[in-house]
Every structure is written in C-alpha cells, then in structure tokens.
Design a protein around this ligand. Structure first.
Ligand SMILES: C[S@@+](CC[C@H](N)C(=O)[O-])C[C@H]1O[C@@H](n2cnc3c(N)ncnc32)[C@H](O)[C@@H]1O
Length: 284
C-alpha cells in the first residue's frame, strides 16, 4: 500500500510531478488581472499546492499580487493567506475571490471585511482565504496561523524598470501598469542588487519563523540580465535561502510560445530566456 504523508496524490500523480521541468503557456488574462505586470498562472500554483500539501492545510504567499495563489487554494481546498503591498492589487485579488466564490471572506489590513455575493462555488469556513495589505518584511506583525507551505514569486529585482521600451510603451498605451508601484517599500524599486537580495532574504527568514517543521517553500524566480550583465538572481536566492532552509531542487517552468528576438545576432551569445526556476526549500 502506498503510504503518503505529504499530499493526497496517488503514486502515479506523485511520480509525474518529479520531472524536473514542465511547459506551461498561460492563456491571456482578463483585463482586471492584466493590469498587473507579472502574474503566475493559477494552474502552476495549483499543481505545486497539490503536491506540497494535503487538503485543508494552510498556504502562504507573502507577495500575492492579484491573488492567484488564493484562488488556487480555494479550488484545491486549502486555506490561503496572502500579503500584498499595493492596495490596488489587494482590491483586484479581493474582487476576484468575491466574484468567483460565494461566501468568500477577505479580511483586509484595516479590519474591513468583504463578503462575496456571487452565485459561484461556496467556500467552507475552514478554508476562507485571508488577504492582508502590508509589507511582507513586517509579516511578523500580522498574527499569522502556522503555515504548511509557502509559494510565491517576488519581484525579479527592478527588472520592470529596465524592460524593453517597446513592451513598456505598449502596456502604457493600453492603460496597464508598467511597474508594481512607486512605494519605496516595494522590493521592485530597490536599485542595488545586493540590497535587493538581502531584503528578500529578510522576508523569507520571517516566513521561516511561521512555517511548521517539515513544511516546504517554493520561490518562482529567474536569473536576470541588465545592461549586458547577468545577475544570477535564482542561483543567489538558492544559495542564500539554503543557509536558512534546506535547499532541495528546482523544477524549471518553460514557456515555449514566446517570440524569439535576435539579441546579439551575428556578434555574441545572448539567450532568449523563456524559463523560470521554481526553487524548492524545506524547513528541517
Ligand atoms: C511577481 S509579483 C507577484 C504576482 C502574483 N504571483 C500574481 O500572480 O499576481 C510580485 C508582487 O510583490 C509585491 N510586493 C513588492 N514589494 C512588496 C512588499 N514589500 N511586501 C508585499 N508585497 C510586495 C508587488 O506589488 C507585486 O504584486
């Protein structure tokens, strides 16, 4: 008999997840979500949540953006806890939850409680999501429950500010956000690379404190290129967080539907980077 202490998957489903890479090309997002410049797809989060938790357990995303992790938690029967700095994204996440799931309650930082009114699927009390507006670096100030799994995608340093002028111009013309915010608490606004990595590590050491022993952490991130130089953000996070958690291994998320650009053509090797690292750690 297959005894499974980690999740509710069958042995066959478990083995499928062990492949070290996967391809996922998310469908175009609805307008309200598209406003946010860098989301991860619910399918991706759901798959990781199903692997790293059992039904009814609690999942934290300390930089939850438009709430993808919270929606994935509801649809997989887990309790989601999300923190997000930008009130605009908190409002979008809150609206998405309320519209999709009847009875979903979102508790905001200021104590306001919003109740969903749609005719959607109902959410039982035990897995009602908690959405908090605030700075992830101060997550110890929130009274968080014990966390069974944490999955998040942080800002990829200040890359939104360095991105190709063409993409930014197109987004601006369409009335979409080009950066997360101008807030100086926003990690995406830290210009010095080393300081950015330090601040991120500070967030995850606070996450470590609220996680139960044996719980996993997944960080979705990329190495970044800026002005012709490579900053190995994913590898630096692997190394630095490996000093707090036990570093397990990565799953590589490949996006096969992106258009190739002729960077450095005829002159130098410059890749089109269409993969992200889903880095896995464990509190041991
Ligand atoms: C890559 S996005 C996450 C997107 C999210 N996974 C989604 O699907 O919508 C990173 C998020 O971190 C938020 N953020 C940046 N600094 C933060 C901080 N100090 N505390 C909490 N959230 C922060 C940004 O506003 C942004 O929404």
């Amino acid at each position: 008999m297959f005894k499974n202490r980690l999740n509710d998957l069958s042995a066959k489903e478990w083995i499928k997840f062990q492949k070290s890479w996967f391809e996922l090309n998310p469908a175009r997002r609805p307008k309200d979500v598209l406003v946010h410049p860098a989301k991860f797809p619910e399918e991706l989060v759901s798959e990781f949540i199903r692997f790293f938790t059992k039904s009814g357990q609690t999942v934290l995303d300390p930089m939850v953006g438009t709430g993808s992790t919270l929606l994935a938690c509801i649809s997989t029967g887990r309790r989601g806890v999300g923190i997000e700095l930008n009130p605009k994204y908190v409002a979008i996440a809150s609206k998405r939850i309320a519209e999709s799931f009847e009875g979903a309650i979102t508790t905001l930082h200021n104590g306001a409680v919003q109740r969903g009114t749609s005719e959607g699927k109902s959410v039982s009390g035990a897995i009602r999501p908690l959405l908090l507006e605030g700075d992830a670096r101060q997550l110890d100030r929130f009274d968080l429950p014990e966390i069974d799994y944490c999955i998040t995608s942080p800002p990829y340093w200040d890359m939104l500010r360095a991105k190709g002028a063409r993409t930014q111009k197109r987004r601006q013309e369409a009335g979409l956000d080009v950066f997360y915010s101008s807030d100086n608490r926003d990690l995406g606004n830290i210009a010095e690379y080393e300081r950015f990595v330090d601040e991120l590590v500070a967030v995850f050491s606070k996450v470590h404190a609220v996680m139960r022993l044996g719980a996993y952490l997944t960080v979705v991130v990329k190495n970044v290129k800026k002005k012709g130089r490579i900053y190995p953000l994913a590898w630096d996070i692997g190394k630095r967080l490996g000093e707090i958690f036990a570093l397990k291994d990565e799953r590589i998320w490949c996006q096969g539907d992106q258009r190739l650009s002729p960077f450095g053509i005829g002159n130098a090797w410059v890749s089109n980077t269409f993969h992200h690292y889903c880095l896995n750690f464990r509190k041991e």
